[in-house]
Design a protein around this ligand. Sequence first.
Ligand SMILES: C[C@H](O)[C@H](O)CC(=O)C(=O)O
Ligand SMILES: [Mg+2]
Length: 394
Amino acid sequence: MSEVTINQVRAYTVRGGGADYHDQAEGHWIDAQIATPMSKYPEYRMTRRSFGLNVLGTLVVEVEASDGTVGFAVTTGGEIGAWIVEKHLARFIEGKRVTEIEKIWDQMFNATLYYGRKGVVINTISCVDLALWDLLGKVREEPVHQLLGGPVRDELTFYATGARPDLAKQMGFIGGKMPLAHGPAEGEEGLKRNLAHLAEMRSAVGDDFWLMYDCWMSLDLNYATRLAHGAQEFGLKWIEEALPPDDYWGYAQLKRDVPKGMLVNTGEHEATRWGFRLLMEMECCDIIQPDVGWCGGLTELIKISALADAHNKLVVPHGSSVYSYHFVITRHNSPFAEFLMMAPKADEVVPMFNPLLLDEPVPKNGRMSASALDKPGFGVRLNPECELARPYTH
Ligand SMILES: C[C@H](O)[C@H](O)CC(=O)C(=O)O
Ligand SMILES: [Mg+2]
């Protein structure tokens, strides 16, 4: 097995849903009015597609081994990611043994430091890394969660992210995280509307169901603090990604200033052990939320999670579908998982990376048994009906 080597890496792009889950058709809840760092410009306030949230599209990376086994993974990265894989990263992958994941990660990261570290470069490295874990699992005929040490519980429990926490409750989820609609540029009236919406949802779901607000980097410290205090009477469980990801100082202050018991969570746009180290050492948040496809992949998430454990922080990955499920089931400090509701009206459970993957497991009644993950690698296949393009070769 250790003699199986990697013959070829190939990078493709695909449009319409998939790992770039913001790449949805018009009318989807995820493209309704949602507060963003661009909301201060009225012309970019009403939809996120207006400022280009979906420009990247999905990146698919395949790695083919000398025995013919193919591993693959998907992330947000599109054509830029495909270029990075084909024109730069391929040299660190092809010819290596399928077990050399740590060394490949180190070479990819260090060779791209001069233009990388975060953003689309680290998304791309994450995608290659996940494809390598998928390949190793398939070569060994074991699920990735077994390669990580095996499940620590029998099932995953999920909260749902979407526009309809009231329906998520009926579907068996433990909580509902809503997008915040209005940002600071919409003033007192917007703040009132944000709180009124939370109040309305609280009366729809009752007292015990978790409700959270996802602020997608859109607020400033003063607004976030006022929102948190206003939201306390409606039992807001956490305020998420309230500030721009580089404002570690603001997060540290926010965490000190929110009502006692309310959680401050962030990290979906943070990357690598060093970024998360800052969040933790500066006491920026309660739960860190790395996206497995954006933070550096599984190889990096293992390190981030160990660091979090030593800081008594929970790790609840952002989105990331199977890449997150295989990890969360193996970690004591990841007690539950996120499920992004990708049905346009958030009124039914559809696979998170719909329609790109086949066999992508979904929660039933808000839960997923560990046995649903018992297939080699990450246990998913590419849907042949999704048209892949290979814009570059090497
Ligand atoms: C709903 C949020 O604005 C975003 O699209 C997803 C997200 O941040 C999350 O799932 O967390
Ligand atoms: Mg979020």
